[in-house]
Design a protein around this ligand. Structure first.
Ligand code: ADP
Ligand code: ZN
Ligand code: ZN
Length: 745
């Protein structure tokens, strides 16, 4: 009989998650026979031709692979797991729920620096006793009592740094002799001497006295105690949500528990951080995208060691290890920046709720314009709904006027009525905010002679005209070109700009209101942090001026001298092809409007539209955001769209549209078969070219899945992803999943 076919290696192997698009774990041998490595530890492994940082998931007593196919782990990087147990299981949940490779999820959740082989904590040189010394050698020290004493000291402490040795009263020369005689040797030790922060007093003298609505909300949160519950605070801008956050935080900080605060954008809102640091005399770490890798690692290390009390951060801060987590807050929970759109696509808000559950701590979501998802969770009692309908601190609610521009000739986008109002407010010494959701000078450059339109060659999209510096720019891929003088097609002089962006409005307003400064705040004007700070300072002084800007302005700034907010054009959102278009429009309008009349001065909001009878706009202005949101929820329910159904978008990207569509067609065959076999209630739409068919030179297509039941969707996806993962892709073809997509582009 032939020898039986060997069934793989028997012996200790580690299951390792490697950051790679492959959705599977890999077996590696321990570096030393039977060396034990804890789950969650970072290791370095040879993967293909590269050495990569990977994560130990599990161990096993055998492998399906033969011994000669197994490589040993190249290096164990840390002596402990990088993520605490509960965070590690949250990350595993993320990989499962978003169907993203675990190795990539773990890597995305780590600070950039730790994706290379540097140690978790800085290392210092220490001395250890050499274990091979025998008694006779020791006897040779009998005539060197200081050396013997130091050796004893090092043995007792298992290791000692130069500083520790010096503190104990031994000179450098004594260590040197011991080292030369090989009684001690050098080793590295993790420098993790960070101390836990000291709990605050439970009463903070600068806390404000809460008004009755605030008190009700605070009491409800306090009554819940330390355990998991998700609170949704639906409170108009200026209603004192932040004051509630701070008072709840005070409770947890006084118990020595850490508070994690997620905000949409901090680089732009130093005011938020200032408010927290003024209130709390405790260590605060700030985590956002403008930090250098070293700054980020440093903040992360201190948070992980429990030595910072408050962590304020953007999206990815949700993955910060916090040994004493007590409370999570997500401010402006509706904000789109909480959704990661590329790579590992996740919603930091949703992950935050999951983290609260996993760590059994309370979580507060706050917004003046809660997402329809969160409002529905409140309706169905999954979240506890708390509402603040009045502005705190005596500010008066602003008055909203709609200006119908359908029969008007506009001057650079402004109606006479609006210009008159701007003039009025400036003349009495107030500030005016003009909002337009488009940067650049104009969105379109066109030829009046032949109809040519400037388009980006790499994206199926028009290029915007910029005046400063003069250029054509693609807002999708960032490419910039020289502004042509003649039409590139008919070579005539008929080029003209259509529509208006911030730069054109800036020119116009500067001419029209020449005695007042115009301060433009958009992505182009705020590239430099110093420039932004100086612009914000100029506004804070409170002299009359026009503040002109995009979405950036809606993010939490306090501008007490603004009394008029003008929304130049509300129409794009009303007729957006995106099913969330009206929700987003309403959120933007309300958020921008919230900048008016924040202090003692009353405010006024003017909205220009060509569709003044649009139902959504009427609901919003005559009633309020909540009324409109409830109406939109009814519509979503009738159409069976989120939050009443789950969407998953399968995206493909290739060098030609055909290639991308073909791949999705192949994948769709798999899905049709799976859905038929399991008789699941899942609908597919597509494959179709993506709304933005070409971006940065790549052709994009998509296939949409919709299910009314999340479990049905999850079961389907698990099988589906497993099967499509086996499809061999040609070199330039890529696919990815977006579970709960926010935008359909
Ligand atoms: P939100 O976070 O809802 O926009 P804030 O907490 O920033 O509201 O409060 C708006 C303004 O009202 C701030 O200037 C704040 O100091 C003030 N404020 C909040 N709560 C109170 C209160 N209970 N009494 C007096 N002023 C308050
Ligand atoms: Zn032309
Ligand atoms: Zn482009």
């Amino acid at each position: 009989m032939p020898a039986s076919i060997s069934s793989g290696y028997r012996g200790l192997v580690y299951k390792v998650a490697v950051p790679s698009p492959l959705r599977r774990v890999f077996d590696y041998l321990p570096p030393e026979p039977n060396q034990s490595i804890a789950t969650g530890t970072r290791v370095q492994v040879q993967f293909g031709r590269r050495k990569v940082v990977a994560y130990v998931l599990d161990k096993a007593s055998n492998s399906e692979l033969e011994l000669h196919k197994l490589k040993p782990i190249y290096a164990v990087l840390d002596s402990e797991a990088i993520f605490p147990t509960k965070l590690f299981s949250l990350l595993q949940w993320c990989a499962k729920y978003y169907h993203h490779p675990l190795g990539e999820v773990l890597s995305a959740a780590s600070p950039g620096k730790l994706r290379s082989s540097i140690p978790l904590y800085p290392q210092e040189i220490v001395y250890r006793a050499n274990s091979n010394i025998d008694q006779s050698e020791l006897n040779s020290l009998s005539r060197a009592p200081r050396q013997r004493a130091l050796l004893k000291f090092i043995k007792k402490n298992s290791s000692a740094s130069r500083d520790e040795i010096e503190l104990a009263g031994f000179s450098a020369a004594i260590v040197k002799s011991l080292e030369e005689k090989k009684f001690v040797e050098r080793a590295e030790r993790n420098l993790n001497s960070l101390e836990l922060f000291s709990p605050l007093n439970s009463v903070n003298p600068s806390s404000l006295e809460l008004n009755s609505q605030q008190q009700q909300a605070f009491d409800a949160i306090k009554l819940n105690g330390d355990k998991f519950n998700c609170f949704l605070i639906d409170g108009v801008t200026g209603s004192g949500k932040t004051e509630i956050y701070m008072q709840v935080m005070q409770q947890h900080l006084s118990e020595g528990r850490q508070c994690l605060v997620l905000v949409p954008e901090i680089g732009l809102t130093p005011q938020t951080v200032n408010r927290f640091s003024k209130r709390f005399d405790c260590p605060i770490a700030v985590l956002h995208s403008n930090l250098t890798d070293n700054e980020r690692l440093d903040a992360w290390r201190r948070a992980r060691a429990g030595s910072v009390a408050i962590i304020i951060g953007t999206r990815s801060a949700i993955f910060t290890p916090l040994p004493n987590l007590g409370l999570i807050i997500v401010d402006e929970e509706h904000d789109g920046s909480f959704k990661q759109q590329d790579g590992f696509k996740y919603s930091a808000r949703d992950v935050a709720v999951m983290r609260g559950r996993e760590e059994n701590v309370p979580i507060i979501l706050g917004s003046a314009t809660p997402s329809l998802e969160s409002l529905q969770n409140a309706e169905s009692k999954k979240f506890s709904y708390l509402t603040l309908s009045e502005r705190a601190g005596g500010a008066i609610k602003s008055k909203t006027t709609i200006v119908d521009t359908s029969n008007e000739i506009l001057d650079s986008g402004f109606s006479e009525k609006l210009l008159f109002k701007i003039d009025q407010h400036l003349t009495v010494g107030n500030q005016v905010l003009v909002f337009i959701n488009r940067r650049g000078f104009a969105p379109i450059l066109s030829c009046t002679n032949c109809g040519w339109i400037a388009e980006c060659e790499d994206c199926v999209s028009q290029m915007s005209v910029h005046a400063k510096p003069p250029s054509l720019r693609c807002h999708h891929c960032g490419i910039a070109k020289q502004l042509p003088i003649l039409c590139p097609t008919c070579h005539e002089e008929g080029l003209t700009t259509i529509g208006a962006g911030t730069q054109r409005l800036e020119n116009f307003l500067e001419q029209r209101f020449s005695t007042f400064p115009v301060i433009r705040i958009d992505r182009d004007s705020t590239r430099s942090k110093n420039k932004l700070t100086s612009m914000l300072n100029q506004i804070q002084i409170g002299k009359p001026c026009i503040l002109l800007g995009t979405q950036i302005l809606t993010k939490g700034h306090h501008f007490p001298a603004i009394t008029l907010v003008a929304i130049v054009d509300a129409d794009a959102g009303l007729f957006s092809p995106d099913f969330r278009g009206q929700e987003f429009m309403a959120q933007t309008v309300v958020q921008v409007s919230g900048r008016a009349g924040r202090a003692k001065k009353s405010g006024e909001v003017v909205i220009q539209t060509r569709h003044s009878t649009h139902k959504a706009l009427i609901q919003l202005t005559q009633k309020n955001y909540k009324e409109l949101a409830m109406y939109l929820l009814e519509e979503r329910k009738a159409a069976s769209m989120p939050p009443f159904a789950q969407l998953v978008l399968l995206k493909a990207e290739g060098n030609t549209l055909n290639e991308s569509i073909n791949l999705l067609q192949r994948m769709n065959k798999v899905s049709i078969k799976l859905i038929r076999e399991s008789n699941s209630n899942i609908r597919t739409v597509g494959p179709v070219p993506a709304p933005m068919e070409k971006k940065a030179g790549r052709y994009r297509a998509q296939l949409l899945f919709k299910a009314e039941n999340k479990n049905t969707m999850q079961q389907f996806l698990t099988q589906f992803v497993y099967q499509i993962d086996q499809i061999k892709l040609s070199r330039n073809l890529r696919w990815s999943l977006d579970v709960d997509p926010r935008e359909m582009i």
